[in-house]
Design a binder for this molecule. Structure first.
Ligand code: NAG
Ligand code: NAG
Ligand code: NAG
Length: 456
């Protein structure tokens, strides 16, 4: 009896001392959950193997101005607009992680799921690219959409579609969608050759469109301006060129990339890696494919800055912006894992990534990923998961409810704390509890990277 009590006490004290602060995150579980988040964001007709019980077919009338089928793709966030610019950046960033950490996805038994997740986006981009110089970049109007709170299966507002073409170009959007198609094509190269060929054909056309018709897509699609304005299109042109080079090994694209890198002055140290600024990612890719000291030095400068000089919260989170705080940190962690693979400060950079991911998953005493770990967010700003089980009605009362979201939005990374580590689990504060496609992307790829390094 005494022994049993001792044992129970020992377990109790062990738990109290070690839990949750020093618990090694279960990265494979996080990878699995993050892919469930993407599955919950699906628009269009869902396949029979849909794993999200509270989701069904939705927005089946999405079409272009000439009646083109634009169903499918992903809802951007807690709302129901389909924004192709961040959706494409998400796709490219996820595909990059799959290319470099294929073994991680396989060892976590998630390879099939991530291929499906990529294709859910690229199938939509292929549909949206209705002719060589015409690409739909948004479905749904933000101000109309935001009058609605409820289930995607029940939305009935008009959902206009917006495109870029030769008269209203957008090299940033065309470039990013090209990169999403090239990187995903490369993932499928040895799996489905037909899909590779099809995606590369569209990626090349979109690249030509972007190069020949410079301009900002938010001028053609003004609704995107408030949320997903890009700050320049030089980075997307360069990014698209490198991804085409990686996918085809045609040297012409690498020459273009190096030329754009110079002409668009991308060599300075970026502050971040984000959908608005891909320069840091470009530096990593150029370092990888050329091995030139100039690019390697740029990568090292970026990671050193991020690790030693970037602003941090008191508890050690890299703090770049109040919007998407955790995704910013995760994106940098992902890039520095990439740098580690180039043999630049390998152990320092891997440890840095571990530390940032630990903040997100365990060390502050809470997890910032819905449905994972201790004390995770219960009220993400997410309309569909805030609804009770069908057939109960759902509307703004679900938004105002003080209760946890009735459906668990497994795997969603929330925006995160402020610069003082302060965070509140409240549905109506997007600075804490917004969830988006792109927040999860660099994060998921960083998690895959850490699984890769654990396996070694
Ligand atoms: C849309 O749905 C709402 C609530 O379900 C309903 O009141 C409204 O009449 C519907 N509008 C249209 C255009 O069907
Ligand atoms: C990066 O930091 C490491 C460790 O402090 C240092 O050895 C290296 O020279 C730095 N590199 C650059 C480019 O600043
Ligand atoms: C990094 O170092 C490893 C082991 O020394 C080597 O096998 C690999 O080729 C190197 N990679 C690069 C990009 O230099």
């Amino acid at each position: 009896m005494v022994q049993i009590f001792t044992a129970i006490f020992a377990v109790f004290f062990f738990e109290a001392a070690c839990h949750p602060f020093n618990v090694q995150p279960n990265y494979k579980d996080v990878l699995r959950l993050s892919l469930l988040f993407y599955e919950a964001q699906r628009s269009g007709r869902l396949p029979v193997d849909n794993r999200i019980p509270w989701r069904g077919d939705s927005a089946l009338d999405d079409k272009g101005t000439n009646g083109e089928d634009l169903t499918g793709g992903y809802y951007d966030a807690g709302d129901f607009v389909k924004f192709s610019f961040p959706m494409a950046f998400t796709t490219t960033t996820l595909a990059w992680g799959v290319l470099d950490y294929e073994n991680a996805y396989k060892s976590a038994d998630q390879y099939h799921h991530v291929l499906t997740a990529l294709k859910w986006a690229t199938d939509y981009f292929l549909k949206s690219h209705v002719s060589p110089y015409e690409l739909y970049g948004q479905v749904g109007d933000f101000s109309i959409d935001h009058k609605y709170w409820g289930r995607p299966e029940e939305l009935n507002m008009t959902r206009p579609a917006y495109k870029i073409d030769t008269k209203h170009p957008g090299a940033d959007l065309a470039g990013e969608v090209s990169a999403a198609l090239s990187s995903t094509a490369l993932v499928f190269k040895n799996i489905q050759k037909d899909y590779y060929n099809l995606a590369i054909k569209h990626a090349q056309e979109l690249y030509t469109f972007a190069v020949n018709y410079p301009g900002f897509y938010h001028e053609a699609i003004p609704g995107a301006k408030t949320f997903y304005q890009s700050t320049g299109f030089g980075d997307e042109l360069t990014w698209a060129a490198i991804w085409l080079y990686k996918a085809t090994l045609d040297k012409k694209y690498l020459q273009d990339a190096e030329l754009f890198y110079m002409n668009f002055k991308l060599k300075g140290r970026p502050n971040e890696f984000y959908h608005t600024n891909k320069a840091a990612g470009i530096q990593v890719l150029l370092a990888e494919v050329t091995g030139k000291p100039e690019y390697i030095n740029a990568v090292e400068t970026f990671c050193n800055y991020s690790i030693y000089q970037q602003k941090r919260t008191p508890n050690g989170l890299v703090y770049i912006d109040k919007v998407g705080t955790l995704s910013h940190a995760a994106n940098v962690a992902f890039l520095c894992l990439q740098a580690a693979a180039l043999n630049i400060s390998t152990s320092t950079y891997i440890n840095f990534a571990r530390e940032q991911l630990a903040y997100i998953l365990t060390t502050t005493g809470r997890s910032f990923v819905v449905g994972y770990g201790e004390n995770y967010p219960k009220k993400p700003h997410h309309s569909a998961s805030s609804c009770p089980a069908k057939p109960s009605p759902c509307g703004w009362e679900a938004y105002k409810s003080k209760d946890p979201n009735p459906q668990i939005l497994y795997g969603a990374l929330v925006s995160g704390p402020d610069q003082n580590d302060y965070y509140e689990d409240v549905r109506d504060e997007f600075l804490y509890n917004e969830v988006t496609l792109d927040y999860n992307a660099g994060f998921q790829s960083a998690v895959a990277g850490l699984i890769h390094y654990e396996n070694e």
